[in-house]
Design a binder for this molecule. Structure first.
Ligand SMILES: [Fe+2]
Length: 359
């Protein structure tokens, strides 16, 4: 399937059989659906982009105090050229971002995973930016939960099969600004977002906005957009890249790696990239909300999908999966993997040190 279906959220919530069938087809085929009748105020999202651009005007030294490497950039500002797509020799993404969690975290996880569960950080004197980001984040997260209940229904699972995995997780709303290219960069093969799959459960995208000469505009430069790779076929063993453009007013909902694993590949995390405009000077703001599995849940095909267990073995904790991914994409240091609960070596070292000292 090379086209994504439009899912009317209210019909999905009322368990309309045609909508449920379309949901399953979309997430099994291209790994993506467009969502209409979702109740998110998209004009409010656009105004949030204006507020975002305003705070990004602040000096770099100030922006660097909003989060940073100590919390693996999981809250606050991610500078340009920091994050990479997970591909060999991947180029850093040409964007700057801001992360916040709009949902209530599990208090144990705040202690056990201090970076994944860092407290939100905010620019000083920007209460409007803060409240709008949280409001939009909550609204989009609610859509995500409705869609996950629809996903479960479409797979004939109990309605809460996925939403119960999400409670207390570090669900993240991210604002992104893709940076304007220069004339020389237009000639290069630079991408706004290199081909990757999202590592979370479900990603919600309420649509971006272009900026030119510092002003938001409804004009759209040529060349740019989302490109999705279809599943492999005999004719296209590497899949085929197709354009993904939602109908006006729709959100995009996209399968992440965690949902692919839990469904044993029935739903697919589709590789996607973002191509830049073919003109210099245009930037684009967008918002992505990442629904995550709680860090103490296991990532492995759920019982009805055990036929695919070998493909996704061995099972792994969602927290381990997250840390490994953040190391791979350049946000967490590789030592983070050595700190996943191992303390016995250090304990033995301490004993030996005392023994040596005591002769
Ligand atoms: Fe993505």
């Amino acid at each position: 399937m090379n086209a994504a279906p439009v899912i009317d959220l209210q019909r999905l919530k009322s368990a309309d059989p045609d909508t449920i069938r379309a949901m399953r087809e979309g997430l099994s085929g291209l790994g993506l659906v467009y969502v209409s009748n979702h109740g998110v105020d998209l004009e409010r999202v656009r105004r949030l982009y204006d507020a975002f651009c305003e705070v990004l005007e602040r000096p770099e030294a100030e922006k660097a105090t909003w989060g940073g490497a100590d919390i693996w950039y999981q809250r606050g500002w991610t500078p340009p050229n920091t994050e990479q797509a997970v591909v060999a020799d991947g180029q850093p993404d040409f964007k700057e971002c801001f992360f916040a969690t709009p949902t209530s975290p599990d208090p144990d996880c705040e202690r056990w995973f201090p970076q994944l569960f860092a407290k939100n950080v905010w620019p000083a004197d920007a209460p409007h930016f803060r409240s709008e980001l949280l409001c939009v984040g909550v609204a989009v997260h609610e859509v995500g939960l409705d869609l996950l209940r629809g996903c479960a229904r479409s797979l004939e699972l109990p309605q809460h099969a996925f939403t119960k995995l999400v409670e207390g997780a570090a669900n993240l709303t991210r604002l992104l600004r893709y940076l304007p290219l220069t004339e020389e960069q237009i000639e290069s093969d630079l991408l706004w977002g290199e081909e990757h799959t999202d590592f979370n459960l479900l990603t919600l995208l309420p649509g971006g906005a272009f900026f030119h000469d510092g002003q938001r505009t409804t004009e759209r430069p040529g060349g740019c957009g989302l490109r999705l790779r279809t599943r492999p076929t005999a004719e296209h063993p590497l899949g085929e890249q197709v354009a993904g453009r939602p109908p006006p007013g729709c959100l995009v909902a996209q399968v992440g790696q965690q949902l692919e694993i839990l469904t044993g590949g029935e739903f697919v995390a589709t590789p996607h990239e973002i191509t830049p405009p073919n003109k210099p000077g245009w930037s684009r703001c967008s918002l992505a909300h990442f629904v995550h599995v709680h860090p103490l849940r296991r990532l492995f095909p759920l019982m009805p999908f055990h036929a695919s267990a070998d493909e996704y073995a061995p099972p792994v904790l969602a927290s381990t999966y997250a840390v490994k991914t953040l190391v791979d994409i350049g946000l967490a240091p590789s030592e983070a993997l050595n700190a996943l609960g191992y303390r016995h070596y250090a304990r033995l070292e301490d004993i030996r040190r005392v023994e040596r000292k005591n002769g």
